[in-house]
Write a protein that binds this ligand. Structure first.
Ligand code: NAD
Length: 503
């Protein structure tokens, strides 16, 4: 593996400024397309954590008191700044994650939608009022910020997932500490600078880099009130258990194994186009990637043929290259794991339709490459079915009918997303009402909800009861108060002015 000679140091962003902090541990950051180390990341120690939480605590107290109009002003400015820096953010994503630039811009677009939703926070925080519940008594309810919340995010969406959390938390009046993935930390630093430029007071958005040690510190810190986590299922479960045991509110989104049923009545060209895009886009490193094609009855042979054609045509290259459709996977360890699972399926008797294990990208021989891979006749006991592969691998499971496909999905421990390709409304309706999955696509392969609905799976794909962003995001980052009030008759009036009222 080659290394660069000059390495930048990626610092923390604490209380409004970049700082190396006091922790002396570091970790290399790679460009997965070249295999080169691009930077060194500082990992926080306990003193850095305590300084960050203390700054957040102080900032939360004043920011939570800012008027809705002032908070919204910052959000509108932040929205404009992120929109103006799409290219810069995308370059940072591609350099550390590896996904192609157009895909990186796509994830920023989905993040922008959440900022736009958060700009409507005055409407979202409107309370309820009941007049005259008893003689002279009124009851009203409203919501207040939690205080200090931390977001712990995965490598696969280094801008979108932080933006699922921070704009909502901050609009609701909280201070937010982001602990991004160690693998692609740079985009978070640009987000921090843009928040500051938008006028957000110091300490309201901070970035603290670290690994398990930092995460554990956040989960147990007495001054952290809430935790939003997105990542793999074992860590999501651990985060939920640990942070709730320490009295925190937690939403922890986990891994996935998303199935797409293809009915014989579906337009198979359309289904194959979408399956290939949903399985191989971002090298399959999406929690909503379709990783299992459930081919029903007669659809199977023709569908597999059509998916094969598409998989073979995908242009795999450095994400910065013109025309690249798929980039590398995130680490050598990830590549090794993916190759191992594919080999196990082959050994267990599955049929290799397209084999991407030995892909070499000329000029990028040290990159972490796995080509699009399609495996047919996969059985449910194979690791290719039981494990979340998180790579560009589509497994095909053949079933007799729709009921068998639904039973397969419902027996799977994950419940993040699923889709059906069909031309029958009756099939689609039966599917949407029967599956034990949180997000469902009807002829839509990646049913990631728009920002004004909330995102969340079922079963091992989410621990906690609140989905992320949208109305449930507002609810997660606030807590309710109900006031029962009785007032004597007023004796005087004051505060009149000839000026037009303003906030
Ligand atoms: P990961 O679980 O390894 O890491 C996520 C975060 O947890 C990182 O910030 C990491 O530093 C931290 N972490 C890792 N190990 C830890 C430990 N032992 N203790 C405490 N903290 C730890 O996940 P990843 O590999 O970065 O991301 C891929 C996973 O995320 C996949 O499983 C994918 O399905 C999932 N994901 C889920 C969603 C969703 O919305 N459900 C969205 C994106 C990604």
């Amino acid at each position: 593996m080659s290394t660069t000679t000059t390495r930048t140091t990626i610092k923390h962003f604490i209380n409004g400024a970049e700082t190396v902090g006091e922790g002396d541990r570091t970790q290399p950051v790679y460009n997965p397309a070249t295999g080169a180390i691009s930077a060194e990341l500082r990992l926080a120690n306990r003193a850095d954590l305590d300084a960050t939480v203390a700054a957040a605590r102080a900032a939360a107290d004043s920011w939570g008191d800012f008027s809705l109009a002032k908070r919204t002003n910052v959000l509108f400015k932040f929205r404009e700044l992120v929109a103006a820096h799409v290219d810069d953010l995308a370059e940072l994503i591609t350099a550390e994650h590896g996904k192609v630039l157009s895909d990186a811009k796509g994830e920023i677009g989905r993040g922008l939608e959440v900022i736009e939703f958060a700009c409507g926070i005055p409407q979202l925080l409107k309370g309820d009022y009941s007049d005259q519940v008893s003689t002279g008594i009124d009851v009203f309810s409203f919501r207040e910020p939690l205080g200090v919340v931390a977001g712990i995010t995965p490598f696969n969406f280094p801008v979108m997932v932080p933006l699922w959390m921070a704009p909502m938390a901050i609009a609701a009046g909280n201070a937010f500490i982001l602990k991004p993935s160690e693998r692609d930390p740079s985009p978070s630093m640009l987000l921090a600078k843009l928040w500051k430029q938008a006028g957000l007071p110091d300490g309201v958005f901070q970035v603290l880099h670290g690994d398990k040690e930092t995460v554990d510190g956040l989960l147990t810190h007495p001054d952290v009130d809430g935790i939003s986590f997105v990542g793999s299922t074992p860590i999501a479960k651990y985060v939920h258990e640990t942070a709730t045991a320490h009295g925190k509110r937690v939403q922890a989104l986990g891994g996935a194994k998303n199935h797409a049923i293809v009915m014989p009545d579906a337009d198979l060209d359309n289904a194959a186009d979408h399956l290939a895009a949903a399985a191989f886009g971002s090298a399959g490193e999406r929690c909503m990637a379709i990783s299992v094609a459930v081919a029903v009855g007669d659809a199977a042979d023709l569908l597999v043929k059509k998916v094969e054609e598409r998989a073979l045509a995908i242009k795999v290259d450095n994400g910065t290259a013109a025309g690249a459709e798929m980039g590398p996977v995130i680490t050598p360890a990830s590549k090794e794991r993916i190759v191992k699972i594919v080999t196990e399926a082959q050994t267990a008797g599955a049929a290799m339709v397209v084999d991407g294990r030995d892909l070499v990208v000329p000029g990028h021989e040290d990159g972490f490459w796995v080509g699009p891979t399609v495996i047919d006749h996969v059985k449910t006991e194979m690791t290719a079915y039981t494990e979340e592969i998180f790579g560009p691998v589509l497994v095909v499971v053949r079933v007799e009918d729709l009921d068998a496909g639904i039973a397969l999905i419902n027996a799977n421990p994950y419940g993040n997303g699923t889709a059906i390709f069909t031309s029958s409304g009756a099939n689609a309706r039966k599917f949407q009402r029967s599956v034990t999955v949180g997000m469902i696509g009807i002829n839509v392969p990646l049913p990631v909800p728009v920002a004004y609905h909330s995102f969340g799976g079922w079963k091992a794909s989410l621990f906690g009861d609140k989905h992320i962003y949208g109305p449930e995001g507002v609810s997660f980052y606030t807590r309710g108060k109900v006031v029962t009030s009785r007032w004597p008759e007023p004796t005087h009036a004051s505060g009149a002015s000839y000026n037009f009222p303003s906030s």
